[in-house]
Write a protein that binds this ligand. Structure first.
Ligand SMILES: NC(=O)c1ccc[n+]([C@@H]2O[C@H](COP(=O)([O-])OP(=O)(O)OC[C@H]3O[C@@H](n4cnc5c(N)ncnc54)[C@H](OP(=O)(O)O)[C@@H]3O)[C@@H](O)[C@H]2O)c1
Length: 279
């Protein structure tokens, strides 16, 4: 049996097993199974060893270990070397390689929603494991005019900004493109406001930003990376204000699509049936 896992803590919210097992069945990988596993930081090394021994075939990494797992892998492509954010583990030539499919998943989700960042202003809330992927997609496609970044722990946002200050030649941006703002402080109105924190995974949680300036701003998109629950308070309140909203479902589907292809060589279809599966 080929065993695949998604690891994280918490992990109950993850719909990865539902999705990957659906694709295993659809594409007749009858010898493959995908499970979720709640792990602690101290378990990560062993998980990587198990991939090396082929006891586990592939792993997705979710909150809060996307950056921590980087310390245990053998190799990674250049973009992951920069962001140190990993969400997919694969064994290649006796090495465990850490990839990131979040960035591309996020980009595809925006493009398919007809949202392009060229000359736009973006507010990114959060500076956890997934945030470097979001940040680098705005930098890579070199569109965003301005990126405001804020995090409860300000130092983490500053560390993240430094990644691009110290990586000339890989992704070049103007010095003032990324600006850190204090937690819950206002900045100028943006075209996209994106929640990359884990606040909202539990039903009643919410972040306490004052978004009253966004009332009736119908063109502004509020995007929450969380897909389960389907509508966080962040999105509920945006809807009431009259803003556009989007949850993390399409990003989740596309990042999973890319991981599945990496593991099996099959490019699974994303159609209405699979979109409904996650509702
Ligand atoms: N749709 C998708 O495909 C997809 C892909 C990846 C991730 N996600 C979602 O994105 C979220 C973040 O994932 P991650 O891997 O970046 O997690 P992470 O590494 O654990 O980072 C958590 C982030 O949330 C902030 N945070 C946590 N509790 C908070 C609180 N009570 N108040 C304010 N800020 C708080 C943290 O701030 P501090 O630094 O101050 O602790 C940090 O910025 C998760 O909900 C995950 O499910 C979705």
């Amino acid at each position: 049996m080929n065993k695949y896992l998604v690891i994280g803590n918490p992990i109950d919210h993850s719909l990865s097993p539902l999705l990957h097992n659906y694709w295993f069945k659809k594409y007749r990988f009858s010898d493959s199974i995908y499970e979720k596993k709640k792990v602690e930081k101290g378990d990560l090394k062993k998980i990587v060893e198990q991939i090396k021994k082929e006891e586990i075939k592939g792993v997705n990494v979710t909150v809060p270990f996307k950056r921590e797992i980087f310390n245990y892998i053998d190799d990674a492509p250049q973009d992951v070397q920069l962001t140190k954010s990993v969400n997919t583990l694969v064994k290649e030539n006796d090495k465990v390689v850490g990839y990131n499919t979040d960035q591309q998943g996020f980009e595809i989700s925006l493009v398919k929603n007809d949202w392009f960042s060229k000359n736009k202003k973006v507010l990114i809330i959060g500076a956890g494991g997934v945030t470097p992927s979001i940040l680098s997609s705005f930098i890579k496609i070199n569109g965003a005019k301005k990126i405001y970044l804020t995090n409860r722990t300000r130092e983490k946002a500053e560390e993240l900004k430094k990644l691009w200050d110290t990586a000339p030649g890989i992704l070049q941006i103007k010095e003032d493109t990324i600006e850190i703002i204090d937690w819950e402080k206002k900045c100028e109105l943006c075209d996209l406001v994106i929640n990359t924190t884990s606040v909202g995974l539990k039903k009643d949680e919410k972040i306490n930003f004052d978004f009253s300036d966004y009332i009736n701003k119908k063109e502004v998109l509020f995007y929450d990376l969380i897909y389960n629950p389907r509508e966080t308070n962040f999105l509920k309140e945006a809807k009431i204000r009259g803003n556009k909203t989007m949850n993390g479902k399409m990003m989740f589907l596309w990042q999973a699509h890319l991981a599945f292809k990496m593991w099996t060589g099959v490019s699974p279809k994303i159609n209405d049936e699979v979109i409904k599966l996650l509702d």
